[in-house]
Write a protein that binds this ligand. Structure first.
Ligand SMILES: [Zn+2]
Length: 315
């Protein structure tokens, strides 16, 4: 049975890879020239806009890694995982109320950073992680419609939005220093499902009007919330796999842990997200093109180690 399954997977690898490359090669030579002139080491330029030379169709020209074999996001299938119990996942500062929270329009979305007392930094460890990973920021992905914002799929279902809590290996100085190192990054992912009857779990809705323009930021020092408030439940099952950043430079250095229990969000929250603008003044919306990888490369995920956990310890 195992042999049969591996054989089928190998078939998919071959055909899937060819399809992706052929598809991506449709990009024009002019676009290629523009992107190849990017200054090495400068800030990476990309967008979710199909009509933009820096859009998802051309991300592999911004960085060839975006055409790699371990690209995220993927369709997470709970029936296909290898269930494996590891040490408990722990998050320090989980219930520490921050002095303030910085909210920023990065040009690609809305991002927060916690400012803890005494310059403390929250650290994630345990689970599939070796060593400690420092939480750098958390950000959200949303879409054109209420049902189309998550990057990952769970059992082929796309959710309204997705939260990413981004951490970097404490051996390195920052996310940018760690992102091209093996096991450099780890991201906790949480889906939001649309629910007009429940209390919304999106705690930044009222702040979003302050960061509509690119590069704008807002600091909230009164109505702050904890990491535990953000992810709502400290104990959650999650699926883990070795994947990548979901935007250029697409580095395949990310240990993903995606919760299988969605948080709640309302249509009014998503409407606020959809006012956020990118560097060109266009709306930041998740593009279906970005999700293409997920379907074409789905079979690769089963060659990776996929685990499910259910114990997150308070620290
Ligand atoms: Zn993300």
């Amino acid at each position: 049975m195992l042999f049969l399954r591996v054989g089928i997977l190998l078939f998919f690898i071959t055909s899937g890879d060819g399809f992706v490359r052929n598809f991506r090669n449709l990009a024009s030579g002019v676009v290629s020239e523009i992107l190849n002139n990017e200054t090495p080491g400068s800030e990476v330029t990309y967008s979710y806009d199909d009509n933009d030379p820096y859009g998802p169709e051309n991300w592999d020209r911004i960085d060839r890694t975006c055409d790699g074999l371990r690209q995220s996001p993927i369709d997470l299938q709970t029936e296909s995982v290898w269930i494996r119990r590891r040490d408990r996942l722990t998050i320090s500062e989980l219930t520490t109320r921050p002095i303030s929270i910085d909210l920023t329009n990065t040009g690609h979305g809305a991002q927060i950073a916690f400012n803890f007392p005494n310059a403390g930094q929250a650290v994630v460890s345990g689970g599939p992680l070796l060593g400690e990973y420092k939480i750098a920021q958390a950000h959200w992905h949303w879409g054109e419609t209420d049902g189309s914002g998550s990057e990952h799929l769970l059992n082929s279902k796309r959710y309204a939005a997705e939260l990413h809590v981004v951490t970097y290996n404490s051996r390195y100085a920052s996310v940018s220093d760690a992102k091209d190192r093996i096991k450099g990054l780890a991201v906790l992912g949480f889906f939001y499902e649309l629910d007009e009857t429940a209390t919304s779990d999106l705690l930044i809705t009222n702040w979003l009007a302050n960061i509509i323009e690119n590069d704008s930021s807002y600091t909230e020092a009164v109505n702050t919330f904890t990491i535990n408030n953000l992810i709502k439940e400290a104990q959650f099952d999650y699926l883990s796999y070795q994947g990548s950043l979901t935007t250029p430079t697409c580095d395949e250095t990310v240990t993903w842990m995606v919760s299988t229990k969605p948080l709640k969000i309302k249509s009014a929250d998503l409407a606020e997200f959809r006012k956020i603008k990118d560097k060109k003044g266009n709306l930041v919306l998740l593009d279906i093109m970005n999700l293409l990888n997920m379907f074409l490369l789905l079979p690769f995920t089963f060659l990776m180690e996929i685990n499910i956990f259910n114990l997150l310890q308070f620290v």
